[in-house]
Write a protein of this length. Structure first.
Length: 419
């Protein structure tokens, strides 16, 4: 194999920085391209949210080694941080280290990855061609070349829309000033957007549950705040039951709180909600929808869409990818993470073999590698890039020997995360 000397990493989040630290250990030069103006920029957008797992699940060995060499005070492994704390106490200090800092380009967005001189349909000369990465920043368009590319850009910027068909419903895009995606800071910087307003949360996961409970807390302090939780499926019992019996304490507490709010009628629940149209009505929105197949109308001021995320593959369209057509994850990884079959606790360790594509030495790692599946764990991503880097360095045996270890789990259970 031709020696790998330069690797472009897309994204300066936890997985991107871990990949860079691993590459430096092997004497391979990384270039990290980050769209935001700081490491962990996407995490800061949900920085107010507490994670479900403690610090011990958030740290990569190679990054910690670099930090320790520079006198990093460390963190309490048993404390559960917020997203902002992960950025401020781990990612930003790591990104400022001289070993990493010189390799990071901030404020730069990748919009295309290909092979130099050959488009997707060209085979002759493809294997020997280097990768070419097109990106833009305030100085204009830049074209970079490398021997390999690791896409660790995540999925935060690609939220799923409201439609059950995976598309935006009529009126969704036209009313973006009243439609929020992800997890807004309801009790903090965005409080005034939701206080004394009629708020609809749409989603059936822990994020939606968290948002609904934040709105109830706001309601207690700001009378006139209304909260409706709409679930597109009829799986509230499954969600609450899973939460109540969850072995992760933070998720269990969330499930118990939601169950109590529903039983006390402080949280209005609409199940099997299918939104058909959103129409502006003065300062509010009229929603035409179905609930359990029956026509209903809902009047709100805000809609918070917490329906998950999916990978943005547009910048990769000139590459020959091997992706599963259902979850949009690498073909050999997809059966291991299909949310119809697996939870995070049943996803085994995986690495370079499961993450490879037809264009050799291109990899999607981290959250984006899971496509539409919501079962990603940070430690799994760290193991992914460890395996990838070992392979790029020519260490085939090390690349294929799993080193994934979950803190506190007996050796016999080291393939599981949540129990």
């Amino acid at each position: 194999m031709k020696p790998i000397k330069e690797v472009i990493i897309i994204g300066a989040g936890p997985i991107g920085l871990a990949a860079a630290a691993r590459l430096l250990e092997k004497g391979i030069r990384p270039t990290i391209i980050e769209k935001g103006d700081t490491a962990g920029a996407a995490m800061l957008q949900w920085g107010h949210v507490s994670l479900f797992t403690p610090w011990s699940y958030m740290l990569d060995e190679a990054v910690v080694n670099l930090l320790t060499e520079h006198g990093w005070p460390g963190v309490d492994a048993n404390v559960t941080p917020t997203g902002r704390e992960v950025v401020e106490h781990y990612l930003q200090p790591a990104a400022k280290l001289p070993e990493l800092a010189e390799h990071i380009r901030y404020g730069t967005e990748v919009f295309g990855v290909s092979k130099a001189g050959v488009s997707k349909h060209t085979t002759q000369g493809r294997d020997s061609a280097r990768f070419v990465v097109h990106c833009r920043n305030e100085l204009g368009i830049q074209v970079l070349h490398s021997d390999a590319v690791i896409d660790a850009s995540g999925t935060w910027s690609s939220p799923n829309p409201l439609g059950l068909d995976g598309l935006s419903v009529p009126g969704e895009l036209a009313n973006q000033q009243s439609v929020y995606y992800g997890i807004p800071d309801i009790l903090g910087t965005q409080r005034s957007d939701f206080a004394r307003k009629r708020n609809l949360v749409v989603g059936a996961g822990h994020s939606a549950m968290n948002i609904a409970l934040d709105l109830l807390e706001l309601q207690a302090a700001e009378p006139g705040t209304e909260v409706t939780w709409g679930m597109r499926k009829n799986n509230i019992d499954k969600l609450l039951g899973k939460g109540i019996n969850d072995k992760v304490p933070a998720r269990r507490q969330l499930g118990l709180a939601a169950k109590k709010a529903i039983e006390n009628d402080t949280l209005k629940l609409v199940s099997q909600l299918e939104i058909k149209e959103i129409v502006r009505a003065g300062h509010g929105l009229n929603i035409r929808a179905l609930a359990g197949g029956a026509d209903i109308g809902i009047q709100v001021d805000n809609i918070i869409v917490a329906t998950g995320f999916r990978p943005d593959l547009e910048m990769l369209r000139e590459l020959r990818l091997d992706l599963d057509h259902i979850v949009e994850a690498p073909m050999r990884l997809a059966p291991l993470i299909d949310p119809n079959l697996h939870s995070c606790g049943s996803v085994r360790a995986h690495g370079v073999d499961e993450l490879s594509h037809d264009d050799a030495h291109f990899y999607i790692a981290g959250m984006k590698s899971y496509g539409r599946a919501p079962t990603f764990l940070m430690l799994t991503g760290y193991e992914q890039v460890r395996s990838i880097v070992e392979s790029l360095a020519g260490n085939a045996e090390a690349a294929r020997s799993s080193q994934l270890r979950f803190p506190g789990a007996p050796k016999a259970q080291q393939g599981a995360c949540c129990g």
